[in-house]
Design a protein around this ligand. Structure first.
Ligand SMILES: [Zn+2]
Length: 194
């Protein structure tokens, strides 16, 4: 790794200063009274617009780092760090936005169809009628373990469940294919398997 030039290092530290000066709300935010959210560390209270601005602050720091920093080992590390912070804050925001639906949705059945042409899995998620509002009904994911596992960190528990079931079906199909046997192209998971 090449050693960063002094001015680059200080420029980056100024950019990061914006982020570290205040509490990073590193433990995430909790639902507070009414439609407000609260940081359990510093006790700051904010509404959803405030959370949005908090996400934008991290995006701005990242963008500014991109515009001033040349390709360089140190700058690269800082940019990655700032990008991670953007992702983390977005995740916190999405989770807060999804709080009500997280507790209501429970799938009744999941149908997974392997699409050989697209090298992907298409999943249909069925719920007991009447279907709860705002639930995930369809998920498509590439037929690669890495893509499937990415869904595990989704804020929606139904999508995380999909990840588990697709992983199971994918492993089953891969084993058969490795042994030279034809693998099934579809699988239904019923409520007792979910
Ligand atoms: Zn805080």
């Amino acid at each position: 790794m090449r050693v960063a030039q002094g001015w680059e290092r200080s420029t980056i530290l100024v950019l990061m200063g914006d982020l570290v000066e205040n509490c990073l709300h590193s433990e995430g935010l909790r639902v507070s009274t009414g439609s407000d959210y609260r940081c359990p560390v510093c006790e700051e209270i904010m509404d959803i617009d405030g959370v949005g601005r908090w996400v934008q602050d991290a995006e701005r720091c990242r963008d500014e780092a991109y515009s001033v920093v040349e390709g360089d080992g140190f700058g690269e590390i800082v940019r990655e760090e700032l990008q991670r912070e953007v992702y983390r804050r977005r995740r916190v925001m999405y989770e807060l936005e999804n709080v009500p639906r997280v507790v209501t949705a429970r799938p009744e059945m999941i149908l997974i169809i392997h699409d050989a042409a697209k090298a992907s899995y298409g999943c249909r998620i069925f719920y007991k009628a009447p279907r709860p509002a705002g639930v995930v009904e369809q998920v498509n994911v590439g037929a690669v373990l890495e893509r499937i596992l990415e869904l595990r960190s989704d804020p929606d528990p139904v999508v995380r469940l999909i990840s588990e079931k697709v992983e199971e079906f994918h492993a089953f199909r891969s084993n058969l294919s490795a042994g030279g046997a034809p693998a099934p192209e579809r699988r239904v998971f019923y409520a007792n398997e979910l």
